[in-house]
Design a protein around this ligand. Structure first.
Ligand SMILES: [Mn+2]
Length: 321
């Protein structure tokens, strides 16, 4: 749909390292929020690059998150008309330039090509001074992105929304439940300044490297008190936000691979995201949206809305609100 010469194509940077002959984009029905398509990282004027990672081969339960990027982009069509999203006092496009790079190419059946291409592509973006917003894909995709981010910025303060800690160490290398175990072992995140929000599944309490505000505690605390804890923990460090859509209650996000009852509401999640405005946000992702299990685009719309409000939080740091 958007044929782009390889020489001008940002994905070529990633593909060249592993598979120079690979197709560069999958077809895009539309870009996120109908923003311009990124065709050349070296001439991009964007502040933030959006990209999709249609990979779900590290899923333990129900597959389907490979369709997440297109689900989120399609649902973003519901958000475009507003211009200035309520309750923000400025229009995103007046403050932040956004481009959509399409979906990352890799060889299905060869997960290492995903790892290599994604890390190389994310590195090209951060080396060009861009902030990144990736749509998964399952949560494993965050690991290669964090490698690229940490190589440029050093270990990041992780703000991680999820029903699961994803710190399990018994799984394989490619597993959407082990990525933060690997991220800690590899020193990609600054655990002393990182926090996990919405957790409501078992994890090893002894020696757990992250602060946790579990879903029950968070729902009792409310967004304002939760934000106080987040700010204390992050303490001004560079931030990476990773939002697994299953942090939300299945009522708000049924379309995901491993739903868990009694999660966060969209209202609560959005109030927390808005409260991150002004933080030094370097990268973001929204993962685990699986449209095949969705109803009436509830989950895809939630993912698109969370992503849009993350961008507003980034923009608010540049704009007096
Ligand atoms: Mn999860």
């Amino acid at each position: 749909m958007y044929p782009t010469p390889a020489a001008q194509n940002p994905m070529a940077i990633a593909s060249a390292t592993a598979n120079a002959d690979m197709p560069l984009y999958s077809a895009l029905g539309m870009t996120f929020m109908q923003c311009p398509l990124m065709t050349d990282i070296h001439h991009s004027q964007a502040d933030v690059i959006v990209a999709g990672v249609p990979f779900d081969m590290a899923t333990s339960g129900r597959p389907g998150a490979r369709f997440g990027p297109q689900g989120v982009r399609q649902a973003s069509a519901n958000l475009i008309w507003e211009g200035k999203r309520w309750p923000w006092t400025f229009a995103l496009g007046d403050v932040l330039k956004l481009e959509d790079a399409g979906n990352l190419a890799f060889r299905h059946g060869e997960p290492q090509t995903l790892v290599d291409n994604l890390e190389a592509f994310a590195a090209a973006l951060v080396q060009a001074g861009k902030k990144t917003l990736f749509f998964g894909g399952d949560h494993f995709v965050t690991l290669p992105i964090l490698r690229a981010q940490a190589r440029q910025h050093g270990p990041l303060a992780l703000i991680h929304f999820d029903a699961h800690t994803d710190t399990y160490d018994g799984g394989s290398q490619y597993d959407h439940g082990t990525l933060f175990h690997h991220a800690v072992v590899e020193g990609l995140v600054d655990t002393e300044h990182s926090i996990q929000l919405g957790i409501r599944t078992a994890y090893e309490l002894d020696g757990h490297p992250f602060e946790v505000i579990d879903a029950a505690e968070l729902n009792d605390l409310g967004p304002a008190a939760t934000l106080t804890r987040i700010r204390q923990r992050v303490a001004g460090r560079p931030v990476y936000i990773s939002f697994d859509i299953d942090a939300l209650d299945p009522a708000f996000a049924p379309g995901t691979g491993t739903p868990v009852s009694a999660g966060l509401s969209m209202d609560c999640a959005l109030k927390i995201i808005r409260g991150l405005a002004g933080m030094d946000i370097r990268g973001m992702d929204v993962v685990e949206v699986a449209p095949a299990y969705d109803h009436a685009e509830i989950t895809s719309l939630a993912g698109a809305t969370l992503a849009l409000e993350m961008l507003y939080a980034v923009a608010a740091g540049k704009h007096p609100v």
